[in-house]
Design a protein around this ligand. Structure first.
Ligand code: CP
Length: 306
């Protein structure tokens, strides 16, 4: 499970429908299924994470798997062990799946070729974050009752965003109308070729939107100043209450987190009645349970899942 680009609408539908039944389990008193009893999963994170790592861990545990977490700062990676040797070491322990986040684009694809366990990409550089793309689709459908024909405005730092790439790959397949806007330095123009509508003014993208997704400004991936100051960014590109009013009244606001509140999104919008940012986190657990189930129990027949 490396990226959403190769998935058909039917394959995405299978994941979303499976996640729907998983969400019901999250609301039970005893959140435990025997589906993955006897399976072992390692999460291998070379970059920080709160939502993705924790939700993959909980998803595995709720399904009865044994889950072990490795982070770069507390493993032999700090002693200089290479990615290949780290993967070989984990493989030697006969694990069934490795959930992996790495700063290098293509790291998960490399791992999938190098070792036998199922590899799930939990984010590789600015390339892909497929489970986030899926949980966004799930959240939109859960709240809006449909996907086809909805207008989504994706705002901000698209250049560095693996979330935006996975969103666009999945949302195109599921029939959403995708609009993007942000500083010219942060909105790659090749998106035009992919059928995405690119705006310079975020107001034009927001106009009449059913869904707005605000992206995090990824200062840690920026080598030079790609916008003047965060105050200027907030003034011209931040989602505030006034700009929100340009969208449909029942517009859904998403953000993958963590948020730079006061920069890309105002606190009053982040915690408004339109916000589904907390639901995204809950749905992330359900979607990751669905992925584990499909990948580790033979439910997925297409090799794109692997
Ligand atoms: N959305 C997301 O990937 O968040 P984390 O970095 O906290 O996992």
């Amino acid at each position: 499970m490396l990226a959403l680009g190769g998935f058909s609408a039917a394959e995405i539908r299978l994941i979303l429908d499976t996640a729907k039944s998983m969400k019901e389990i999250l609301h039970r008193d005893i959140k435990k299924l025997p589906t993955l009893r006897g399976k072992s999963i390692v999460t291998l994170f070379y970059e920080p994470s709160t939502r993705t790592r924790t939700s993959f861990e909980l998803a595995g545990k709720y399904l009865g798997a044994d889950v072990v977490n490795i982070t770069s700062s507390t493993s032999s990676i700090v002693k200089g062990e290479s990615l290949r040797d780290t993967l070989y070491t984990i493989e030697a322990m006969n694990v069934d799946a490795i959930v992996m986040r790495h700063k290098a684009e293509g790291a998960a694809a490399y791992a999938a070729k190098a070792v036998k366990p199922v590899i799930i990409n939990a984010g590789d550089g600015a390339h892909a974050h497929p489970s986030q793309g899926l949980l966004n689709l799930f959240t939109i459908e859960d709240k809006k009752g449909k996907l086809e024909g909805l207008k989504i405005a994706i705002l901000g730092d698209i250049l560095h965003s693996r979330v935006a790439r996975s969103d666009i790959a999945g949302m195109r397949k599921m029939g959403l109308n995708i609009h993007v806007a942000g500083p010219r330095t942060l909105v790659p123009r090749f998106l035009l070729e992919e059928g995405v509508v690119v705006h310079d003014r975020i107001e034009d993208a927001i106009e009449g939107a059913d869904v707005i997704e605000v992206l995090r400004i990824q200062l840690e991936r920026m080598k030079g100043g790609l916008f003047p100051t965060t105050r200027e960014y907030a003034r011209i590109f931040g989602l505030n209450k006034e700009r929100l009013s340009l969208a449909k009244e029942d517009v859904l606001v998403l953000h993958p987190g963590p948020m730079n509140k006061g920069w890309e999104i105002s606190p009053e919008v982040a915690y408004s009645i339109n916000s589904a940012i907390q639901e995204e986190v809950e749905n992330g657990v359900a979607v990751r349970m669905a992925l584990f189930t499909l990948l580790l129990t033979g439910g997925a027949t297409d090799d794109k899942f692997n």
